[in-house]
Design a binder for this molecule. Structure first.
Ligand SMILES: *[C@@H]1O[C@H](CO)[C@@H](O)[C@H](O)[C@H]1NC(C)=O
Ligand SMILES: *[C@@H]1O[C@H](CO)[C@@H](O)[C@H](O)[C@H]1NC(C)=O
Ligand SMILES: *[C@@H]1O[C@H](CO)[C@@H](O)[C@H](O)[C@H]1NC(C)=O
Ligand SMILES: *[C@@H]1O[C@H](CO)[C@@H](O)[C@H](O)[C@H]1NC(C)=O
Ligand SMILES: *[C@@H]1O[C@H](CO)[C@@H](O)[C@H](O)[C@H]1NC(C)=O
Length: 329
């Protein structure tokens, strides 16, 4: 009896740590680029309870690698199984904080049932990636599909529509070719580069596979890699970041050269300084010979569109300028 209070105390501590054991500890290094990240998790019968638990741990491990927050990475989760069973479990604009999000993921219920991946993809497009549900228009969007079975409905069109929204799709599949074909996975992701096949559920929770997958996702979220040229800016264009040369520069973004302006011809009785060739922001001074005066503006400037700010003008004889009539001899 004497020990009772102590036992209760120990149990409470045990319970407390149990809750936190289910949440991975924060990492020293996280992926710094803010993205909108949605998981589409197959919740069908084939996973079995233990496989589904591993899938949740896997998602936690990936999520934990991102810098989470309202203005950092936002995470959404959808589960799917039967034809009438696509459920938004976490919206992009809910559970911004790490502990809330990881707790929600740990608590995802297991549905069982069939595998309608096409309908799952439709749900993501119709629901998760709507601005009203937290999608931002100035961040990269990622969908990570986690499944272990061939879809019972058509995935080609739904996957295409998702990708057409500018969403980058990754697929993580558990099983052999006979469980889920490589062709299906590549159809969903749109490229073999973003397909990850794990031959066993254990690979969802080992040290190696989740780490490699989350690093791949993080690398894909790096705004511009390799880095843009000094005269270029990294911009988001239809779902992909691109290096674009700044105004007044031309090139592919990794090399940029100042735009050229056309050659100039010095006016009669005048000179240009400097002589060409000319590029963006160059200024050219027009100087008339002694006894002549410039009728025009100097300097002229090479503009960002490759045109000159003004024409070169003309040099007029001073006599003509002050005496409208020629002097009679
Ligand atoms: C996120 O940014 C918005 C707008 O700048 C700001 O109102 C909000 O407080 C920020 N949230 C956090 C958690 O910093
Ligand atoms: C996640 O967000 C929802 C909606 O705001 C909220 O009801 C729920 O309590 C949050 N989960 C946690 C673990 O805080
Ligand atoms: C998605 O929206 C389309 C119309 O845009 C509708 O035909 C389809 O039934 C919707 N699918 C789901 C799963 O909500
Ligand atoms: C992006 O979203 C913000 C905030 O929701 C909105 O004010 C802005 O107009 C949007 N920009 C574009 C290009 O849609
Ligand atoms: C991610 O990018 C870094 C830096 O370029 C590279 O060292 C690393 O191997 C990449 N990781 C993966 C999994 O591709």
């Amino acid at each position: 009896m004497k020990f009772a209070p102590r036992i209760v105390g120990t149990l409470m501590v045990a319970n407390f740590s149990l809750v936190f054991c289910q949440i991975p500890p924060p990492l020293a290094v996280t992926c710094p680029y803010p993205v909108d990240l949605v998981f589409l998790l197959d919740s069908s019968e084939s996973f079995r309870t233990s496989g589904f638990e591993d899938a949740k741990s896997f998602i936690q491990t990936v999520v934990n690698y991102f810098t989470l927050g309202e203005n950092d990475t936002r995470v959404g989760v959808v589960t799917y199984s039967n034809a009438d069973e696509q459920v938004t479990r976490v919206k992009l604009n809910e559970n911004y904080t790490r502990v809330e999000l990881l707790t929600e993921i740990r608590n995802l219920p297991y549905d069982r049932g069939h595998t309608f991946t096409g309908l799952g993809l439709d749900h993501v497009r119709n629901d998760s990636f709507l601005e009203v549900n937290g999608r931002r228009n100035d961040t990269f969007d990622f969908l990570i599909v986690l499944t272990d079975d061939e879809s019972e409905d058509e995935v080609i069109r739904p996957a295409q529509l998702v990708r057409q929204m500018g969403i980058t799709v990754f697929v993580v599949a558990v099983g052999q070719e006979s469980d889920i074909s490589q062709a299906t996975l590549e159809t969903i992701a749109g490229t073999p580069d973003r397909v990850f096949r794990l031959e066993d559920y254990d690979f969802l929770v080992d040290d190696e596979h989740p780490r490699s997958i989350r690093e791949n996702i993080c690398n894909a979220s790096r705004p511009c890699d390799p880095q843009c040229h000094a005269d270029a800016t990294c911009r988001l264009l239809v779902g992909t970041y691109t290096c674009m040369c700044n105004v007044g520069f031309v090139g592919n973004g990794f090399t940029c050269t100042a735009r050229q302006c056309s050659a100039l011809t010095a006016p009669t009785n005048g000179v240009l300084s400097p002589l060409g060739p000319y590029s963006y922001l160059n200024q050219v001074t027009v100087t008339c010979n002694s006894g002549y005066d410039l009728d025009g503006i100097s300097p002229v400037t090479c503009q960002d569109d490759g045109t000159w700010s003004n024409s070169v003008g003309t040099c007029r004889h001073l006599t003509n300028k002050y005496n409208a009539l020629p002097i009679a001899e």
